[in-house]
Design a binder for this molecule. Structure first.
Ligand code: 7PJ
Length: 274
């Protein structure tokens, strides 16, 4: 399956890795923006070396309870990083992890090729921001908002409801002129989901393939893996690699991960043995 985004065409017939680049203020420095940009760029280049086929740049944490970041601040964090990477003519597409249309537009103008939206293009103007570009899009499902989502997630049928949402937003994309080949879908692990909901969705990945789009899965270091192993976030490497392997075997095309090298190696084995 191929995914078109900007000037790139990703071949997703073998499971592929999206490396995570977080651009959030460094509490150990005096907040020199220059330094922050340099660190993020160096990390991004390192992830390409490790085998990332896509870089996902994010300037606002969407972890449970995270405080929202104003647009101007988010722009200040991510745009210089995108510009610096584009100036280096990196060989992989840049994805912008945002739900804000202003950030989408500025990131695309700066050279981002994918919009990764944890709100699935529900903000006013988000659909248009993607439709008026040649960027690809990842539509993710979330119940509630990052501030409240883990308080009391509730579904009658989590798989049916997530699939219904992805179907609806996929159709909205098609109706606004975004080609099917530019759309990727993501059940949104950990976003308004209990441990049981996450497990049900992980097992149901083959059903989500019915929608005819590539699937992105983000389980890397997430708390559901902490619940399974008892490990803190800094000791979830092996659990994260296992989750990526199982997801890929269930049909996931793109794995959004922190630990790129380990995941790329594991997925080579999946591809060889599948
Ligand atoms: C995801 C994401 C995910 C997509 C985050 C974290 C939280 N985007 N952004 N899918 N997670 N598409 O990495 O723990 O699962 S931020």
């Amino acid at each position: 399956m191929q995914f078109y985004c900007g000037r790139f065409c990703l071949d997703l017939d073998t499971p592929t890795v999206m490396g995570i680049v977080n651009v959030t203020p460094d509490s150990f420095s005096d907040g020199g923006q220059f330094n922050q940009v340099d660190l993020a760029v160096a990390h991004a280049l390192d992830l390409i070396e490790q085998g990332a086929a896509v870089l996902d740049i994010g300037g606002e944490s969407t972890r449970p309870n995270a405080t929202p970041v104003p647009v101007a601040e988010e722009l200040q964090r991510v745009i210089p990083v995108i510009e610096a990477l584009v100036a280096r003519d990196i060989p992989v597409p840049i994805s912008i992890d945002t739900y804000k249309p202003e950030v989408m537009r500025a990131a695309i103008a700066a050279g981002a090729a994918i919009v990764n939206d944890v709100r699935g293009l529900q903000e006013a103007g988000a659909l248009e921001a993607v439709a008026n570009s040649d960027a690809g899009v990842c539509i993710m499902h979330m119940q509630g908002t990052p501030q409240t989502m883990q308080l009391e997630p509730h579904y009658e049928d989590v798989v049916a409801e997530v699939k219904q949402f992805l179907h609806m937003q996929r159709n909205a994309c098609l109706a606004s002129g975004i080609a099917q080949a530019r759309i990727m879908l993501d059940p949104g692990f950990g976003f308004g989901k209990s441990r049981a909901h996450n497990i049900a969705l992980a097992k149901a990945l083959p059903q989500l393939l019915d929608l005819g789009c590539p699937l992105l899965v983000g389980l890397s270091r997430k708390s559901v893996l902490g619940q399974m192993t008892g490990n803190d976030v800094d000791a979830r490497l092996h659990a994260s690699v296992a989750a990526a392997v199982v997801s890929a075997m269930q049909g996931a095309h793109l794995l959004r991960v922190h630990d790129v090298k380990a995941t790329v190696e594991a997925l080579k084995v999946v591809a060889a043995l599948k």
